[in-house]
Design a protein around this ligand. Sequence first.
Ligand code: HEM
Length: 559
Amino acid sequence: MLLSEWRKVLAFLFRSINFTRYWLRRYIPVTKRFFKESPATWIMKQADEMIEKRKQIGHTGRTDLLQLMLASMSDEDFIQDRPASFEKIGDTEVETPLVRKITKHEISANIFLFMIAGYETTSTALSYATYILATHPEEQRKLQEHIDAHFDPETEHSMPTYENVLEMDYLDMFIRETLRMFPIVPAAINRESTEEFCIENFGIVPKGTLITIDIYNLHFNPDLWGRLDPQEFHPERFATKRHPMAWIPFGAGSRNCVGMRFALLEMKMLLVRLLKTYSLIDCGEKTHKPFEQLQETFVITPSELCVRLQRRDEQHESGTPSRGSGCGVKLKELENDFKRIEYQDSFCIFRSYMGYVSATLFNYSFVLQAVYRYILIMYPMHLFWQSAKFQTFFIAFIWILGFTYPLAFIFTGDIIYDVNNQVCQIPLQLSFPVVYIAILGAIFPILLIMLIYFKLVRYVHKMSKRIIPLNTLFRARRELKMVRRTVILISILITVTFPYVIFMFMSFFKRHPKSYFRIADAFSDLSLFLVIITLFQFTEPLKTSVMKRVNGRVNMVTT
Ligand code: HEM
């Protein structure tokens, strides 16, 4: 009750505002600067102009809808309908059909209706089709094979003809199944009963009752759509003959959608053209989120729908599997490559986040080392700073920092699936997330280590010129040697990952080439490998123990 009252109030307000706006624009032209023309008025004005132009040109031989309407246009502005007349045919009286011309205003109103009924409906239905394609790769593959069987995939720009498209039964079933699962204009299908009638197990429906069909119940009814589960997308179900009223996205009866055949043809043409060249790809969470929020105006649409397009000829070319970060990422990408999967899996974004975390922890572990040596050399008397307690606090701080600083990007949608590299990442470009991660995760720790190193070199150099106990000097030199090793490791990282950095800077200014990340990543993998070897060299006990096993000399004495 309240809702319908509220609707009436809103409708009244809407009409009043529109009327005032229209009146002001028309009679006080200066207000045109402040009130924009309503889209409806704009379309009607365009329609009027089109009619005038066609009238001036005269008969063109075209057989489009406008020409047909113009052919039966009256010069009068208003035509009063006659009362119904009847004629006798044999013994029965039959109502004579109403034959009359249409006015110019009726023609523009029809154009307006066709624009409203014909535009958003088809585009929304196509959006749902793209959603199905992106989320059902197996169905997409089948449809592409079906299209390839009818058209030469090499001739990208050839247009499908009406006859071609009519032959394509699987394409037809695909679109019908999309509209079964997503009937976009259920509210448009309503009727008023012209006489009283009875429905079994329900009762009498009085004359004048407004009736709306529950299309979802109908389209998902297992009795009408079994054996295949109606909740699942299976175009093949249309190969079985169904009840004629089981599928009614275009309405039914004499007042069903006049644009049905046109809409189906339009959608088929577009899907053929699209899928010949491109594949649609899931954007993970973003593709699924829209269905949590549907907007219901004339058509039912998701608030937004995210799918990606990838050229089919580029799909299987991505060569070297990329690092991403960590072994899990590597293996997943390798698996994707082998299986030729071009869409992200559910853990893709999380893995990417973990990649940023592990890279940061890796860099800061060197910082921890350097800071510890710094304290030992510069503040040898501050035993608390060297204590396990203080160092544990430091380690905990770094871990918290490492896990929290890229956390926000999981939720902001900055980490996305890059189909060329088959990895989830923050796209390399001049953006806040890239600069933020680069500074906090890499540049800052590296600069800090370098700074500590240079300070220590100067300090130890000065120490050796002063008169101090030999023991202190020896210890300081030993700690400096450890920091030097850290710097060597960092230098290896920087040198070998240099191509990566170059790619990153390039991407700030121009579109990056395909698979750039994979190529750049190969260098960071190499650098990690070299770092491991160097660490092995630097870790004397480990080296000795491994060498012992390799050489089989159990009793070797090390100095
Ligand atoms: C996927 C696309 C479309 C869908 C799902 C759709 C759906 C519908 C539905 C459910 C109705 C009400 C039918 C009834 O009450 O039984 C309708 C009516 C109508 N549609 Fe469509 N439509 C689509 C595309 C189009 C196109 C492309 C045009 C025009 C070019 C169009 C023009 C109309 C018109 C003029 C009516 C009113 C018919 C009447 O009242 O007699 N529609 N449509």
